[in-house]
Design a protein around this ligand. Sequence first.
Ligand code: 6MZ
Length: 349
Amino acid sequence: MENEADLFYRQMPKVELHAHLNGSVSFSTIEKLMARKPHLNIEHNMTAILSGQKRTLDECFQVFKVIHQLIDTEEDILMVAKDVIREFAEDGVKYLELRTTPREDKNTGMTKRSYVQTVIEAIRQCKNEGLDIEVRLLVSVDRRHGVEVAMKTVKLAEDFMRSTDGFVVGLDLSGDPTVGHGGDLLPALQKAKNCGLKLSLHLSEVPSQVDESELLLNIPPDRIGHGTFLHPEVGGAQSLVDKVMKNNTPLGKNVLSNQRSTIKVYEYIPPHKHQSDFGPLVFCSIQTDDRGVFCTELSKEYQLAASTFSLSREAMWSLSQKAIDFTFAPDSLKQQLHQKWFELHPSLF
Ligand code: 6MZ
C-alpha cells in the first residue's frame, strides 16, 4: 500500500540521469523474458538483489551476465526498453537519460547497430504513444572490452548522434571498475568529446582508481557517475575533489546501488554536505543506477536521501529541479522542463 510520503515522492517530477538499460528491467518484464526462454532455467534471485541483501561488486556483475542471456534479440530489446521507459514515467520521471552497451548476438542476428537502432525505436514509440517523459540515450563503452572496441563504439554513437533527431546525446564509460585501466581508453573518450558527444564517466567507484581518476578528470567529463571515492585528501598536486570543483562537474549519487554493492567509506554524503565539503560549485543528482537489479525506484531513492539526511520536501524538490541543468538535453528542452516543474509545484505543496 502506498503511503502519503510514497505518493508525494512518486508524484514529484524527477530527472533520472543514470539508468543502465539492462540493469533497469523490472520483475514483471523479467517474468515475460523468462517465459520466452524457459530453457535457460533462470530464477528471480539470479537477476535482482533483494531488500536486505548485499553483494560484492563482482557478484553484481554476474547478475548482468544472467540478464544479458535473457535479452538477446531485437524483439527483447524493444520490449525491455519500452517497459523501462513506461515504468520510469509511472514513477514520475519526466526526463530520462538511458544508457546501454551495444551488444551483438551471432545466433539471433542482432548487431550492435541494430541494438542501438531498436532502443531508439522504443524511445520513438513511447513518444508517439504520448507518454509524459522525454528520453535521451547515452551509448556505453564497457571498460572490460579495451580501446579497440571502445573506438568502434564511439564511431557508432557518433553516427547515431548525427542521424537520429537528437536522441543520442552522449557516451558513458562503465563496466566492472576493478577490470582494466580507464587510462587506456583515453583516445576513445577524447574522440567522443571532440565529435560533440557529452561524456558521463563512472569514476572512483572503488578505492583503487586514483591514477585513473586523475587521468579521466583531465579530459574533463561532463558528468561523473558514483564518484564515491573522490576525497579532498586523495590525488596529486591537486586533489581529485579540487579537479571536480574546478570544472563544476555534476556528480550522480546512487544511494541503494552503492549501499548494496560496495563497501564505501565515502558513501551517503548528503547533497547539502557535498556543498559544504566540496564548495558550492559541486552539484549532485539522485539516481537509480540499476533499478531492476537493486529493486528500487527513483522516488524511493529520493525518499531514502530525504530521511537519511533529514532534508525537507522543498529541499528534495529543489534537488530534482536542479538536476535539469545537469542533463545533456538542449537548452530549449531544459527550459520546457523548468516550466513543467514550475507548473506542477502548486499541486504538490
Ligand atoms: C559500473 C555498471 C554498473 O549496458 O547492458 N553497469 N558499470 N558500475 C555499476 N555499478 C553497479 N551497473 C551497471 O546495462 C548493464 C551494464 O551496465 C554497466 C555494466 O557494464 C553492465 O554490464 P547495459 O544496458
